[in-house]
Design a protein around this ligand. Structure first.
Ligand code: BDR
Ligand code: CA
Length: 312
């Protein structure tokens, strides 16, 4: 199995992805690190601990970024993931506690203990990865790969016309992480918007996951109402699970290689910019930033089936 650290802000679609990370035989979940995003960071930590406990697993959860690096934090609108991040359903109590280390320290320690082996899968704002890079800049030599759910290259944004939420919520951190020069794959709205987890899929998942399934199904119902209202679709985009789908079945995706950057201010704040490797631009900065891989296409039905089969 591939050892990963899962950096997350649970979040309804985060919860689905956490369940996959806990259950999939080809993934070894070494720990979770939490960030503000869909909820405040304390709630994110609580939810990560809870989801692992409901799955019957004890894995380390280390708390991280409470706010963006530069701009002030605006609380997430509660009508998307609910005020508690899990669709405002009643949640059982948590017995475990967070790791004593910060998220960034946990990432540095865990990666350095297994050089070249650990993949960082990040599905929230990117402050924890930026902080880990700051603690140990040589980390880029020892991380196997960074897989980010975030951004959008052709699809447009979901918080502004051009910005995706995880990048918009901390554009300065995203800028550092996407241009750091470690092996990186961006899994953004270009592919997550091609996938719809329908009620029939969730029924199969709920039937297979016991107490965890109840939380996944209850929070899904809340998230689904948002999708019905905002996008007019019956179901929801399982954004964060796609980062794991790329890891487990990359053959379902088409990927382009090129230079990435992030707009940190102004009306395009949070926009992900992508210059394909073969294009030449006059401004020199484009050829100087390191190369990354960006998912541009996906077999959406196959990914949704993979998610459902993993959890049913
Ligand atoms: C991303 O934003 C969050 O609301 C979701 O959990 C996902 O990580 C989608 O834009
Ligand atoms: Ca998320």
């Amino acid at each position: 199995p591939q050892p990963i650290i899962f950096d997350t802000d649970p979040g309804v679609d985060d919860a689905q992805a956490i369940a996959i990370a806990l259950r999939h035989p080809d993934i070894e979940l070494l720990g979770m690190t939490t960030t503000f995003g869909n909820v405040d960071v304390g709630t994110a930590t609580h939810n990560a601990l809870l989801l692992a406990e409901l799955a019957g697993e004890r894995i380390p959860v280390a708390q991280g970024a409470a706010a963006p690096m530069v701009k002030p934090r605006h609380p997430a609108p509660a009508h998307i993931h609910g005020a508690n991040g899990l669709g405002d359903i009643d949640l059982p109590a948590v017995s475990g506690q967070a790791d004593s280390r910060s998220a960034a320290q946990f990432i540095v320690d865990t990666v350095n203990a297994r050089p070249g082996e650990v993949t960082l899968v990040a599905v929230g704002p990117l402050g924890n990865l930026a902080a880990a890079l700051q603690l140990d800049p040589t980390l880029i030599e020892r991380v196997k790969r960074v897989v980010v759910m975030g951004g959008s290259v052709k699809e447009g944004g979901n918080v502004t016309p051009v910005a995706e939420a995880n990048i918009f919520n901390d554009p300065h951190a995203a800028q550092r992480v996407l241009t750091a020069g470690w092996p990186l794959t961006l899994v953004g709205l270009d592919v997550t918007h091609r996938c719809v987890l329908a009620p029939s899929h969730m029924a199969r998942i709920a039937a297979g996951q016991g107490a965890l399934g109840e939380v996944l199904a209850g929070s899904y119902d809340f998230y689904r109402r948002f999708y019905q209202g905002a996008l007019g679709i019956d179901g929801c985009c399982p954004h964060d699970s796609l980062a794991l789908a790329w890891l487990a079945c990359p053959e379902l995706f088409t990927v382009a290689r090129g230079h990435l950057n992030v707009a940190t201010e102004g009306p395009a704040e949070g926009q992900t910019l992508f210059a394909p490797e073969q294009r030449e631009f006059i401004a020199p900065r484009w050829s100087q930033t390191p190369l990354a891989d960006v998912c541009l296409g996906v077999d959406g039905d196959a990914v949704v089936e993979w998610i459902t089969r993993t959890l049913e």
